[in-house]
Design a protein around this ligand. Sequence first.
Ligand SMILES: Cc1cc2nc3c(=O)[nH]c(=O)nc-3n(C[C@H](O)[C@H](O)[C@H](O)COP(=O)(O)OP(=O)(O)OC[C@H]3O[C@@H](n4cnc5c(N)ncnc54)[C@H](O)[C@@H]3O)c2cc1C
Length: 415
Amino acid sequence: MKKVLIIGGGGGGLILANHLDTNEFDVTIVDKSDLHFYQPWFLYIAFKGSKRKISRPIGELVRPGVNFVKDEITEINLDERKAYGSRKVVYNYDYIAIATGTSPDPDSIPGLRQIYDEYGDYHSNVYNSQKLWSHVKNFKGGTIAIGQASPTCKCPPSLLEGAFLLEERLRGMGMSVGTSDPLSPSNENDPTKTGEKGKSRIVFFTPFPRAYSAEPMNKVVEPMVKERGIEVMPFFDVDTIDVQNKTINSLEGDSLKYDLPIIVPPCKGPKIKFTPETVQDEERFIKADKNFMKIPGYDDAFAIGDCNTLPTSKTGVTAHLEAMTVSELIQGKYSEFNGRINCPFDTAYGKATFVIADYNNPVVPYPPTATKHFMKMSMARIYWMTLMGTADPIFERFFNITKPEKLNRKYSVPE
Ligand SMILES: Cc1cc2nc3c(=O)[nH]c(=O)nc-3n(C[C@H](O)[C@H](O)[C@H](O)COP(=O)(O)OP(=O)(O)OC[C@H]3O[C@@H](n4cnc5c(N)ncnc54)[C@H](O)[C@@H]3O)c2cc1C
């Protein structure tokens, strides 16, 4: 029996394992944690104080016949087909799939470690999301600077989702948001100048030229950003943070003062020593080809999900679809990943949209609706079924009826 070794029991790793025929393959998942987390819910912990249980033991999420081992892989030798665990255990394989996701790197920006430890964030883990909630719920007024510290981030919509949910929360707490002219940060109503309680500014900073990086979706959400008084600071790549003076400085030379900083740290690929080491890029992401997720030079090694260098968004849906393709390839069938993204995007006040595109079709300017919000909320319930493969028919149908080429014909208005 051929051995399939999967490193990482996140969305990508579990979906791959659960779609392999265990009568044909000896399948093992190795994860350094014994818990799997539903990461999209970090947002609702950080901005709504949700107490929903969002983790389940990985051992309970694998189908019968799939082995789960708790161990941290520190080294992988692709030439010798061996992976090494922290207790010097050696794992041999015929096929390997690396699905280790990303890890936050708050030490790569001066000052960020202190912010990360004190205020938390809404991307890293449950604990950090709870920490952020304790600051959001006790916020009395002033400027909240919210954004991403580097361009590489998982789930691009989640960044602006944070700003939207924050605005909804502050207003729910009886606060005003924005200067009277939201486009003029120097306005005299600026609460950082007047120090008035109950008045707040939300400044969303981003390294991209606009509030949402993909232009068609930006056209949908930018009017909402303005209407809600959220200010946008584009072309803002975080360089340093002066914690004493509560200022974030950008590489472009701008400075942003804050009372509450909400900063999504840069994310990196796995801390694993590879042979050959050229398979990782400078941010440790694992190089893989964009249609088959194969690590260049190796027919038996794949990188799926957030840990790879594919030119598509790092989302659970992409990890899911990449895993489905790799499961087919390992089982000797032809399959190709087309770069499909399908990321739900909560625009707050009970509405949501989806960011839908693939390698050949641009992002659909898909309007937010209450139905899409209901779908996003329902995902938290059916997520566990998607990992086991029992929701496949629903997803197949959904992906078919929401193909970007079809939706673009309906929603794209020619310039
Ligand atoms: C706030 C937020 C909102 C999001 N919203 C959405 C959304 O609405 N829709 C969507 O599709 N996606 C969303 N995402 C993104 C989605 O959660 C990730 O893209 C998805 O989890 C990636 O799956 P993965 O399998 O690649 O990695 P992960 O799910 O991160 O799993 C990686 C696993 O590898 C393990 N691991 C790491 N290193 C090692 C090692 N050395 N040895 C052993 N094990 C290791 C980890 O413990 C972990 O279990 C969101 C993410 C965030 C943070």
